[in-house]
Design a protein. Structure first.
Length: 100
């Protein structure tokens, strides 16, 4: 059986191109991991990153209200508020950050 040279060359090019495409697809996973590694390395050089889940806070809020009620002989009463203060004390820390 005779195979034409032109058809054989075209088939060889198609097969060769298929191998190259398959190799690039297989390398895609490794290229992706490499790019992620470089990005992580760059972010690690910047320093620790803030995370909203690594915070802790402890606050105590105290409210004071003094109410004085005065009644007179006729049954009328007056109410006076002499002190109305609110104090907030506590601390907040961000865990995971190295202190220098």
């Amino acid at each position: 059986m005779f195979i034409k040279k032109k058809g054989q060359s075209t088939l060889e090019y198609v097969i060769l191109t298929g191998f190259v495409v398959a190799a690039l697809i297989a390398m895609g996973v490794y290229m992706k991991r490499s790019m992620q590694g470089k990005l992580r390395e760059s972010s690690d050089q910047i320093g620790e990153q803030y995370s909203a889940y690594n915070t802790a806070s402890n606050y105590v809020t105290t409210s004071n209200l003094v109410q004085r009620e005065t009644q007179s002989a006729g049954g009328a009463s007056t109410v006076t508020y002499t002190t109305n203060t609110q104090n907030k004390t506590g601390s907040e820390t961000v865990a995971g950050l190295a202190s220098e």
